[in-house]
Design a protein. Structure first.
Length: 338
């Protein structure tokens, strides 16, 4: 696993020859490393000729970079530089051509390319257990390339995010004391969250979260249900929800707690909790946030505490328990303690 955090403090774009500038990373955008030098460079495919984006920070000592290498040329160059006491600090790949930066270093270094995401996960897990940490990661056409060097401590990594999801994850990780060390841009990002129900017509959003134009949950980011969404399955368009629909995990996580024994509904009562709060399921996500699913059917939770669930798994059956006005379920996501 490895890390994403957020502090967009210094970003510059440089086109043309990079010359002898100090480099220590390659990609389009990066932030907040504790070492100084270029943090990232990336050649964009949208230009007729390669255009480079880069970030420099104060640094000292030697530095080498080369681009346009085939994989065999890259292997040969890396072998030569390794013998001379140089170590990779970043790698970029475009159309099968390698660009890399080397700086003086010592100790072991491992790199692998052309991995599927599952192969990459397995390799990283093995290397992590051996005391190695990712120093750079590159993705091209769904294939992963990475460099590992000796390290210690925690590491988080995540791929396939769209811009908004990346910003959200980065903000959470930043607040937890984590900082970016590598960033790659690639096509076909996948959102972290998916809609928590089966595909097809019939589903309607009846209440959005706090910042929707007509908020259904208080209009404040600090409200109890500030990040709640009310979904109703109304295939007949008669304004009445229909129970018994699949509820799917909006995101990967671990089942944290649940309740599925209630059968009654307290909507309209002066005491909204007189017949219970309704059945619910709480899933803890990897970044410390929680997803909660409310108003589920009696005995309608299909997972157990401690189970690992994947994004899109069927986890429950919708119902009408608690204080819902019609068969419905509410999906929320929030930080612990909010």
């Amino acid at each position: 696993m490895n890390a994403i955090g957020n502090n967009y403090t210094d970003r510059r774009t440089v086109t043309g020859n990079l010359g002898a500038k100090r480099l220590c990373g390659v990609r389009l955008l990066l932030t907040a490393l504790t070492m100084f030098g270029l943090l990232h460079v990336m050649s964009k495919e949208t230009y007729a000729q390669d255009a480079y984006a880069a970030v420099w920070r104060p640094g000292n000592g030697a530095q080498w970079w080369r681009s346009g290498m085939s994989v065999d040329e890259f292997k040969a160059q890396d072998k030569t530089y390794f013998a001379q006491g140089l170590r990779l600090v970043t790698v970029a790949i475009k159309n099968g051509k390698y660009a890399a930066v080397w700086r003086p270093g010592s100790g072991a270094q491992w790199w692998r390319s052309g991995m599927s995401v599952d192969e990459f996960k397995a390799q990283d897990k093995t290397y992590f257990a051996q005391g190695l940490r990712i120093v750079t990661l590159e993705i091209e056409d769904g294939k992963y390339s990475a460099v590992w060097r000796p390290g210690s401590g925690a590491q988080w990594w995540r791929s396939g995010m769209c811009s908004d999801d990346f910003k959200t994850e980065d903000k959470v990780y930043f607040s937890q004391g984590l900082r970016l060390v590598d960033l790659d841009l690639h096509s076909n990002p996948r959102a972290i969250y998916r809609l928590p129900f089966d595909e097809g017509s019939g589903w309607k959003l009846t209440n959005g979260n706090w910042d929707d134009p007509t908020p259904g949950h208080g209009g404040s980011p600090n409200g109890l249900q500030a990040y709640a969404f009310d979904f109703v399955y109304d295939s007949n368009n008669d304004g009445k929800g229909e129970s018994g629909q699949h509820v799917r995990a909006a995101r990967d996580g671990t089942v944290y707690t649940l309740l599925e024994s209630e059968s009654k509904n307290s909507y309209g009562s002066e005491d909204l909790c007189k017949d219970g709060v309704g059945n619910y399921l709480v899933i803890k996500h990897e970044d410390g946030t929680f997803g909660t699913y409310w108003h589920l059917s009696q005995n309608g939770v299909l997972v157990n505490v401690g189970d690992k669930v994947k994004r899109g798994d069927v986890i429950a059956i919708s119902g009408n328990t608690g204080t819902s006005s019609t068969p419905i379920f509410i999906s929320t996501s929030e930080l612990a303690g909010t």
